[in-house]
Design a protein. Structure first.
Length: 304
């Protein structure tokens, strides 16, 4: 890792990660359009990562190689693909609101995962900010129909654990590698992992279960499909992985998790005009708590 940094550089990294989270917030809207449309979700994911990998590999030409690049790329890219895959499968058996809430548990899970992996204690301000941001996230995303745990919920919980580890691994390894080559390695590994998942599903596409029926539907390559694919490949993958790889090398995993709590805030803000959904008072209060958590995480609470 390259921190501690100057205050200006640290705030710059924060701002970059906020931008990443804003783009990620849009993916909830895009994924809903994909799942409720005619596109096979896993095939769409494979095309997204494959196209993004091609762009990133071209951008990484001539960049320096560094020791440990492959295992770091495989851990982050592979777990990213597995996390999304488990989330897609879990949504077949649970509601969208429960899936969103359980996925967001990666935010409070990041601190204990970081300690287990690195044995580094998070700062007091980061823990305080994380607690406030988690409370805000819970206010926003707590599903009203949360009455018991089903198999889909457990599948999505794997996603939360995978994402928490990805945040930790990226903060620890980001400063060791060239940003372009590292981002290309992550997405190439994500594409390869998604390909393996899709091939594993192929023999079961004739089965009646919803997850297989959804994946077996024909691909309709219309202008809307290409527009969604380009956004998810270039903006939500190429741009975000370049930016987050750079930014997370300049902050702790716990601090990054506080900022990532903004994702449902941006998702709600974007869903209002695009999907016609109205912001509720609960969402407004939750968003305010998340913003307060980010501000608290910037305060010098720890004794120097």
């Amino acid at each position: 890792m390259t921190f501690p940094l100057s205050r200006r550089e640290a705030l710059r990294a924060d701002a970059v990660l906020v931008g990443v989270t804003a783009i990620w917030g849009s993916t909830f809207v895009v994924n809903r359009l994909v799942v409720t449309g005619s596109t096979p979700p896993f095939l769409f994911l494979l095309l997204r990562f494959s196209l993004a990998a091609i762009f990133l590999i071209l951008l990484a030409r001539g960049r320096p190689r560094t020791p440990g690049l492959l295992p770091d790329s495989l851990a982050i890219g592979g777990l990213t693909a597995i996390g999304i895959g488990f989330q897609l499968a879990g949504q077949v058996y649970t509601t969208a609101s429960k899936a969103a809430f359980i996925t967001g548990l990666s935010v409070p899970l990041t601190a204990p995962v970081a300690y287990l992996v690195t044995r580094k204690r998070p700062s007091a301000e980061n823990l305080a900010g994380l607690a406030i941001a988690t409370a805000g996230f819970a206010v926003m995303a707590w599903p009203q129909e949360f009455s018991g745990v089903n198999s889909g919920d457990l599948l999505v919980l794997v996603t939360a654990l995978a994402y928490a580890y990805v945040v930790v691994r990226l903060s620890e390894s980001g400063g060791r590698h060239d940003v372009r080559r590292f981002a290309a390695g992550q997405i190439a590994c994500a594409a390869a992992t998604t390909l393996l998942l899709r091939l594993a599903m192929q023999p079961f596409l004739g089965r009646p279960e919803a997850v297989f029926r959804t994946e077996a539907r024909p691909l309709v390559a219309d202008p809307k499909f290409f527009g969604l694919l380009l956004w998810m490949s270039l903006a939500a993958t190429v741009v975000t992985f370049l930016l987050m790889t750079w930014a997370q090398a300049r902050m702790s995993a716990t601090h990054a998790a506080v900022i990532y709590a903004l994702e449902p805030v941006f998702a709600a803000l974007l869903a209002a005009p695009i999907l016609g959904e109205r912001l509720s008072g609960r969402e407004l209060w939750g968003g305010a708590f998340v913003l307060a958590g980010i501000l608290v995480s910037e305060l010098p609470l720890s004794r120097k």
